[in-house]
Design a protein around this ligand. Structure first.
Ligand code: HEC
Length: 219
């Protein structure tokens, strides 16, 4: 703890002060990535970092191995926004941004398009955070299977969820010791649920955007 405290003081002295900060942008980034592990209100680390982007960067760059997949993902300005959002939460009840909407239903399930069997979307909606972890299994050219992850996001209304899409690589399944490879954001996804069982799924991968009707996959 003492080491961390000293380190964060030293790092806080660096030139972060010059960065203009956006609390709404920080909230969007926090909800998209940090919330899946730390929740709202932030616990288990981020609550130590109000207005201290250097501590978040240090956590990502080695202090916290579980966060190393975020290495290089954020600019200093984005980290400053996240730290400003955390500070806004801790500034006192009522002064922060309004709470995120709660989803109308539990949408956890396998989802697909009945006339396009072979690709699909696995959604797991967590409680009490309401955050959603999605896996898209689909194809890339030329007809090769590929999967993408949506490791969290934001409910913008009780029926609309949006988050970033990542392509990940790692060591092959037949190698004993796992080593994470690249984590690359390839686009974003928006799920607009029309009722408990149907949604319009719009997502982009490397600049190409598609919209698909999806429904729960019956068994
Ligand atoms: C994959 C899960 C995961 C994600 C995603 C994640 N963290 Fe963490 N974070 C952890 C764990 C695990 C710890 C260590 C908790 C402990 O030591 O008790 C931690 C600790 C921290 C700490 C404290 C570091 C210290 O020196 O004590 C900060 C600050 C932090 N996280 C901020 C963030 C922010 C901001 C984000 C989003 C950009 C984020 N985390 C995303 C898992 C995660």
């Amino acid at each position: 703890m003492a080491f961390r405290a000293i380190l964060s003081l030293l790092l806080a002295a660096a030139s972060w002060g010059a960065l203009a900060q956006s609390v709404p942008n920080g909230m969007a980034l926090y909800q998209a990535t940090c919330n899946s592990c730390h929740g709202t209100p932030p616990l288990g680390g981020p609550e130590l970092a109000p207005n201290n982007p250097a501590l978040i960067k240090a956590a990502i760059n080695g202090l916290v191995p579980a966060m190393s997949f975020l290495r290089g993902v954020y600019t200093d300005a984005q980290l400053a926004d996240i730290a400003a959002y955390i500070a806004s939460l801790e500034a006192g009840a009522g002064s922060g941004p309004p709470p995120a909407p709660s989803p109308q239903f539990d949408y956890s399930d396998l989802w697909y398009n009945a006339s396009e069997s072979g690709w699909g979307l696995n959604l797991v909606q967590h409680a009490p955070s309401n955050n959603v972890f999605g896996v898209i299994y689909t194809y890339e050219a030329p007809n090769r299977p590929v999967w993408y992850v949506i490791p969290g996001g934001t409910w913008t209304t009780p029926n609309i969820f949006t988050g970033s899409i990542y392509h990940v690589t790692g060591s092959p399944a037949n190698v004993a010791s796992f080593k994470l490879g690249d984590v690359t954001q390839v686009g974003s996804a928006t799920l607009a649920f029309t009722d408990a069982n149907n949604a319009s799924f719009t997502y982009s991968v490397n600049g190409a955007q598609v919209t698909k009707s999806i429904q729960r996959q019956p068994y």
